[in-house]
Design a protein around this ligand. Structure first.
Ligand code: NAD
Length: 500
């Protein structure tokens, strides 16, 4: 394999098309089948990535293993923390490049990417460099028959080579959320970004080198899931753990693939999240908060709200207010002034979302707003836009109300009492997130506690403290990450027992 960094860009008739190579042992490497990466706002190809084959994946595993067993694994914690801080610094210094790369892959509005995706990418490295600094481990003094006793204490070690498989909705944010703690714990990683959004992960490889992270600590393999780089990673015997964010059924496939080599698994999966709005809530705050929860990132957020339950006295008013919010959203190109709604990620995903739009109608929903595709009359018609959509009138059994759509769409149902609405909210195979809107503190706690979810917000949504446990109940996940929980997953605790 030769270095390919000198050939990072070529021109095509549609403008600059970037070439995104696999990154192994600190260098871009040639090889692999090329595949197109599309700009979702226009449908044009903006990059070509190279699908890692078995030889490239194997080289990445060997490079990662070498790093863990060598300098990186033995590095003093203070030095490792300093290097992670330098990664955060370099992301911030190259902020505009990360922003452009993320926007090219996702089509998301510049305002969203510059306030959420890129800053969180840098913050993840700072948070976990700090978290790892102040940790204790368990110690137990024990009695022994000779009366002299023994002391047990645990030491924390890296697990080894960790596979990180990430989705396309918040590419840099969700990938670094896993890479940062894995590296803080002294592991080496092989990242398989989504085939739809490989750009920022590739750029992070350059940043790792600039920050002084040793070769082999951070590797990138491009490609798809089954029969491709994803499956090669999950079945490789040299990989000790897989951390995955994506669809529930993909998690199930990865669990089966990883079973023969008994890898540690951490999964952040799908959701069908509910919000409950009580009549005593701050009405305007609830409408504004749930407009964000339903439509931000074009509804492509695992924590997005697709089911809203509103207490009957304020139901009609709420539906009208949310409708106004949805109709005020401006779909458009990411850098166009006034754009507040980006496209969906791909033609295929738009097809799936539009199938749900048709299904809702056939299930008897009242379409309050949306349900179609906006027409622009220019290059945006080649993009993957859909209208933000609100439905009412469906029973709890409707597929539209039960299945994850992952688009800018929600269903609103009136309710009459607390027990009824808690039962409806919990009647889901998923259990990722919920939000409750009320001015009654006791009720907020009571209902919040009753939600079968990994995270429940009260009078807010997507307010994230990265030190808190994060993950899903039921089909929404396996395990927790965040703060100490990430450190727990990404390290091997080894108990030492000293007989005195
Ligand atoms: P996806 O499951 O289709 O793909 C995610 C990643 O897995 C991609 O990199 C893909 O190439 C890879 N993959 C697919 N099949 C694989 C296989 N058999 N083996 C190995 N790798 C495989 O998910 P997506 O469509 O990219 O993302 C959307 C989904 O992610 C939604 O369901 C959403 O709810 C979920 N999500 C969950 C969270 C969370 O924190 N719980 C966060 C974001 C997204």
């Amino acid at each position: 394999m030769q270095s390919a960094s000198a050939r990072s860009q070529t021109r095509s008739s549609s403008g600059v098309v970037r070439h995104l190579y696999n990154f192994v042992g600190g260098a871009s490497v040639e090889g692999g089948r090329p595949f197109d990466v599309f700009d979702p706002a226009t449908g044009k190809v903006h990059a070509i990535a190279y699908e890692a084959d078995a030889a490239i994946v194997d080289a990445a595993v060997q490079a990662a293993r070498h790093a863990v067993e060598g300098d990186w694994g033995k590095m003093p914690l203070a030095t490792r923390r300093k290097l992670l801080g330098q990664v955060a610094d370099r992301i911030e210094e190259r902020f505009d490049e990360f922003l452009a790369a993320e926007i090219a892959d996702t089509g998301k509005p510049v305002d969203l990417a510059s306030h959420l995706d890129i800053p969180r990418g840098a913050a993840n490295f700072r948070v976990f460099a700090d978290t790892i600094a102040n940790l204790s481990t368990e110690t137990f003094e024990m009695d022994t028959p000779d009366g002299l006793g023994a002391i047990n204490y645990a030491v924390r070690k890296p697990i080894g080579v960790v596979g990180v498989i990430s989705p396309w909705n918040l590419p840099l944010l969700l990938m670094t959320w896993k890479v940062a703690p894995a590296l803080a714990c002294g592991n080496a990683v092989i990242v398989k970004p989504s085939e739809e959004t490989p750009s920022t992960t590739t750029l992070l490889g350059e940043v790792m080198n600039e920050a002084g992270i040793p070769p082999g600590v951070f590797n990138v393999i491009h490609g798809f899931g089954p029969g491709s780089a994803g499956e090669l990673l999950t079945t490789h015997p040299g990989v000790r753990a897989i951390t995955f964010t994506g669809e529930t059924r993909t998690g199930a496939a990865i669990m089966a693939a990883a079973a023969p080599t008994t890898k540690a698994l951490s999964f952040e999966l799908g959701g069908k999240n509910a919000a409950i709005v009580f009549a005593d809530a701050d009405f305007d705050a609830a409408v504004a908060g749930l407009a964000r929860a339903a439509f931000a990132n074009t509804g492509q957020v695992c924590l997005a709200t697709e089911r809203i339950y509103v207490e009957r006295p304020i139901f009609e008013r709420f539906v009208q207010a949310l409708k106004q919010r949805a109709e005020a959203l401006r779909p458009g190109l990411p850098y166009e002034p006034g754009t507040t709604l980006g496209p969906l990620i791909s033609a295929e995903h738009r097809g799936k979302v539009l199938e749900y739009y048709a299904l809702a109608a056939s299930e008897g929903a009242r379409v309050v707003t949306g349900g179609g595709v906006p027409k622009f009359g220019d290059e945006r018609d080649g993009g993957y836009f859909v209208e933000p959509t609100i439905w009412t009138g469906l029973p709890e059994t409707a597929r539209t109300v039960r299945e994850e759509i992952f688009g800018p769409a929600c269903h609103i149902t009136p309710f009459d009492n607390e027990n009824e609405v808690v039962a409806w909210a919990n009647d889901s195979p998923y259990g990722l997130a919920a939000s409750i809107w009320t001015s009654d503190l006791a009720r907020a706690h009571r209902v919040g506690r009753a939600m079968d979810v990994g995270i429940c917000w009260v009078n807010c949504w997507f307010l994230r403290d990265l030190r808190t446990p994060f993950g899903g109940a039921k089909l929404s996940g396996v395990g927790r990450e965040g703060g100490l929980h990430s450190i727990g997953f990404y390290s091997e605790l080894s108990n030492i027992c000293i007989k005195l």
